[in-house]
Design a protein around this ligand. Structure first.
Ligand code: PGA
Length: 250
């Protein structure tokens, strides 16, 4: 863990309805407690709840992100699409790109690269997800897979300051399984060394995602130089999310 800000990105995926907004009260309370000021909480709800979230988090230091955006920056005849410009206009500050669930729905590294470039032009912060599948892990090629994703998704991106990298092994997402801590330490270190060579910015933020819960957080927080976590399922239940944040910081 680093001693700077620690990111807790709550990825709500396609969960939540208008009643869910009241289930973040305890997280808001925690965010106002000085003891936890290192916690940088970013909620990424479904688009339909963005407005409710903005109302709810007013006067807190919680930020709001989206879970994807279209590669075309402004407007266009793309039914169902939402652009970086539209997100920015309503006050969104972060966008998750390259999540494995979006990749499974057709996002290639090339498409993700276009989305990143559009989102950066609109001054959104990016949470770029990378990670191998189980077959690739077993073959021992995890870092090669991640390196290729980084190279292709970050083509022509010179400034990595607004880009957070979320290392998420696909086989770990929603399964309850995580990598052993020494393997996780290794791949986080490999990613950091690699990106430090590629970028002038030496403060690259690297997060871990995949089945983070109140039990395994005690091990996960031991990973050196990790800047935080991308949390799916456990971020949707406020007391579990609060527990994770508390255990990471204390
Ligand atoms: P999970 O999801 O925490 O439910 O495994 C993580 C993610 O998909 O970002």
């Amino acid at each position: 863990m680093t001693n700077t800000n620690i990111y807790f990105i709550a990825n709500w995926k396609m969960f939540g309805d208008l009643t869910s907004i009241n289930t973040i009260n305890n997280v808001i309370k925690l965010s106002k407690n000085k003891k936890f000021k290192k916690a940088k909480i970013v909620y990424c709800p479904p688009y339909t709840l963005l407005n409710e979230f903005f109302k709810k988090i007013k006067n807190t230091n919680i930020s709001i992100g989206a879970q994807d955006c279209h590669e075309v920056q402004e407007f266009g005849a793309f039914t169902g699409g939402i652009s970086a410009s539209q997100l920015k206009q309503v006050g969104v500050n972060y966008v998750i790109l390259g999540h494995s669930e979006r990749r499974a729905a057709g996002d290639t590294n090339k498409k993700i690269n276009k989305k990143i470039i559009s989102a950066l032009k609109k001054k959104l912060n990016i949470i770029l997800c990378v990670g191998e599948n189980l077959k690739e892990r077993k073959k021992g090629i995890s870092f090669n897979v991640v390196k290729k994703q980084l190279d292709n998704c970050l083509k022509q991106v010179k400034n990595l300051k607004p880009v957070l990298i979320a290392y998420e092994p696909i086989w770990s997402i929603g399964t309850g399984k995580i990598l052993n801590i020494s393997d996780l330490n290794l791949i986080i270190k490999q990613i950091r060394i690699y990106l430090n060579k590629k970028s002038k910015n030496k403060n690259i933020k690297i997060l871990y995602g995949g089945s983070v819960n109140p039990k395994n957080i005690l091990d996960l927080k031991k990973v050196s130089n990790i800047n935080g976590f991308l949390i799916g399922n456990s971020s949707q239940k406020q007391n579990i999310f609060v527990d994770i944040i508390k255990k990471s910081i204390i």
